[in-house]
Design a binder for this molecule. Sequence first.
Ligand SMILES: *Cc1c(COP(=O)(O)O)cnc(C)c1O
Length: 367
Amino acid sequence: MSYISRHTKAIIDLSAVVNNYEYIDSLAPNSNTIAVIKADAYGHDANKIAHALADKVALFAVGFIDEALALRNEGITTQILILEGPFNASDFDVAEQHNFILMLHSAHQIKWLDDHIKAHTQANSHRIWLKVNTGMNRLGFNISEVPHIVSALCTEQQKNLVLCSHFSTAEQINSDKPVEQLTLLKTLVSQFSCQFSMANSAGILNYSQSHGDYTRLGLSLYGISPIGKSEATKPLIPVMTLQADIIALHQLAIGDTVGYGDAWQATRPSTIATVAIGYADGYPRNAKSGTPVAIKGKIAPIVGRVSMDMITVDITDLLESTSIDIGDNVELWGKHISIDDVAKHSDTINYELLTRVSKRVPKVISI
Ligand SMILES: *Cc1c(COP(=O)(O)O)cnc(C)c1O
């Protein structure tokens, strides 16, 4: 039996995804914009997001092959770039069979590639994306290794070569580091006359010289700015609205406390709304008293600790102008509440909040 009792849900606005993709794509008109849908499309349901974008996007990107196979099982036929590359020698067989492009970052993967080509004379491993370490020091070949690796590739592979790297500080405008990283990559690119891919969302917005042949659009696809509010990010529309219902109301007298640890105490007669979402749903347990939520378009603060299944909200001020009742719904983030505000009140970042919405929260398409 399929039955939903609790009304807590993440509403996914697919027209917003299309809007955001087309808008960011227009900022980099000479680049091919890759839609990054790893980590279940940053918690938005990769299957739904991929289907919404399938006729606009030439290339999707995910972290590893398992994520790409899940999309194939849902009928997505678009080419998929595997950002962390192969984890096993056998990944080359799977990649070939399913039209995945592997981003190779380490010598052990090149060895697997060589073995794969030796074993399959018909091998179609001609599209090679190589990751170069330009200063993130996480994945990628060091600059000095690249010439040797490229020269060992066959002519066909060299012809299709794409060199990639990743910014460590692209969200900062006045930083020398992105320019240094880009210069390092571009020097190699001109040496081998190949294509390149450098920019993530922040790189697309802040460093137009980094757009290159392919941009890798993650966060802003979901309507969120990695660089705060600006003219350039105004057209972005948040894709996810996380919401839950009020399931209880309590009148508190001065001195009464709310929730675990008695962490919040009423300093005036207060009305507290209990809302059916907690840290087991991915709402951050770190969210402090004062973190905003929206009820009927108006802002109210959460008070007391976040529980596993519930939060508590002080609606005293709202009641002066609005009637609020059990069953009213509360937006935790979305079009009224910026996920950035919630992140700031919780000592984390928007990326983490999005990707941690848990499995027990249904993701439903808005109509
Ligand atoms: C996740 C990821 C991206 C997307 O970054 P955003 O900041 O979300 O736009 C781009 N490139 C690589 C290699 C990634 O892992």
